[in-house]
Write a protein that binds this ligand. Structure first.
Ligand SMILES: [Zn+2]
Ligand SMILES: [Zn+2]
Length: 392
């Protein structure tokens, strides 16, 4: 339904969407500081008279809404808007103008795709009931802006029935949509361990309990908690201790990340880390402090929403380009808060040009996005939203 109209509208808005992405790519900003980005999104929405409210999620979040004719369901499309502290190493004419910052995770593409979808659906609003909310969310990289926006009520008035989101992925060629039922991304929690030894002169280790020695055993023990069968990953990522080559320090601090998929394995890893730390520190007769810092829940896709999304997307790209994956990702995404609140699906959008086989992954200073993926994603989102809001 309306597939030809969506294709025609996508063609007419494509150049504008590409220009928007390039503009956003020039001005990457870190989480909660996305002020220029947010201002730019508002100015684009203004030119098309699409209504929105701003100031969410610490100030930079925006919720735009397009209403169809008459009562119906509400679909939310989420786009994350923050960038990374990476020094861009591409030769793009629209390279980052903010020293040391880069849209290295493709969130510039996510924003452009959401705006592009808004352009298309704004023109089709007489054809569907209910409404579409566009959630421009700050602070995906680390802090969980999604949770704040939900607390601020973005899923209410009107209440959101389902939510969709996606991520550009250079592992897949442009035109491909990769989906997965059920568990998709892990719960990426952090932990902190302080090992309390007894410091002293480096010449007399027998008078000390060297926490660096204890830490080395703790690190091996924690690392061995990684188990692909669970699946579970435990990585120690920082070690801090000592400042002088002949002084044994009295403490060492370790921090790391623990990634799991279920409530049960999340609780289990929290307990196992402490057990391992206690075992080793008991052996050396030293103390410890332990803090487990829960971040996002795991991202679990709703099977029915995922299936319906794939059916709609197939009308755009053809069934052969809708590819299932059985692989869970140990990365995390705070879209998981939306997915925990309402039935949702989060898909991967191929963004590697067919002209290259070289895969430069997200978070790499040379990462690039093939502009052709914008129209693929915007058409798939538009088709799904129209199908969902006309079928109910
Ligand atoms: Zn990222
Ligand atoms: Zn990302």
């Amino acid at each position: 339904m309306l597939t030809n109209e969506i294709r025609a509208l996508a063609e007419s808005w494509e150049q504008m969407a590409i220009d928007i992405r390039h503009m956003l790519h020039r001005i990457p900003e870190l989480q909660y500081n996305e002020f220029k980005t947010s201002g730019y999104i508002c100015s684009v929405l203004d030119t098309l008279s699409i209504p929105y409210k701003k100031g969410y999620g610490g100030g930079t979040g925006i919720v735009a809404e397009i209403c169809g004719t008459g009562d119906g369901k509400c679909v939310a499309l989420r786009a994350d808007i923050d960038a990374l502290p990476i020094c861009e190493e591409t030769n793009l004419p629209y390279k980052s103008e903010h020293e040391g910052l880069m849209h290295g995770c493709g969130h510039d593409a996510h924003m452009a795709i959401a705006l592009y979808t808004a352009f298309i659906l704004n023109e089709l609003r007489d054809s569907f009931k209910g409404s579409v909310k566009f959630l421009f969310q700050p602070a995906e990289e680390g802090d969980g802006g999604a949770e704040i926006m939900i607390e601020e009520g973005v899923l209410e008035n009107p209440s959101v029935d389902i939510c969709i989101g996606g991520h550009v992925m250079s592992e897949y060629e442009t035109g491909t949509i990769v989906y997965k039922n059920g568990s998709l991304m892990s719960s990426p929690d952090n932990f902190e361990v302080v090992i309390k030894g007894t410091g002293g002169h480096g010449a007399y280790p027998e008078r000390c309990v060297n926490p660096i020695v204890v830490a080395s055993e703790v690190i091996s023990s924690l690392t061995s908690l990684t188990d692909t069968n669970v699946p579970r990953v435990v990585s120690v990522c920082t070690v801090e201790g000592g400042s002088c080559p002949n002084v044994i320090p009295s403490t060492v601090k370790l921090t790391g990340t623990a990634r799991t998929f279920t409530r049960q394995s999340r609780d289990e890893v929290e307990r196992l880390i402490e057990e391992r730390v206690r075992e080793v520190t008991d052996k050396y007769l030293c103390g410890y402090n332990y803090k487990y810092i829960p971040l996002y829940p795991a991202l679990i896709n709703d099977d029915e929403v995922t299936e319906r999304f794939c059916e709609s997307a197939a009308k755009i790209v053809g069934e052969e380009m809708i590819v299932p994956t059985h692989q869970v990702s140990m990365a995390g995404d705070d879209f998981s808060y939306f997915a925990a609140a309402v039935p949702s699906t989060y898909v991967h959008i191929g963004c590697r040009s067919g002209e290259t086989d070289e895969i430069i992954p997200i978070h790499n200073p040379k990462f690039t996005v093939d502009d052709a993926c914008l129209s693929v994603a915007a058409m798939c989102y538009s088709q799904f939203i129209v199908d969902y809001l006309t079928r109910e």
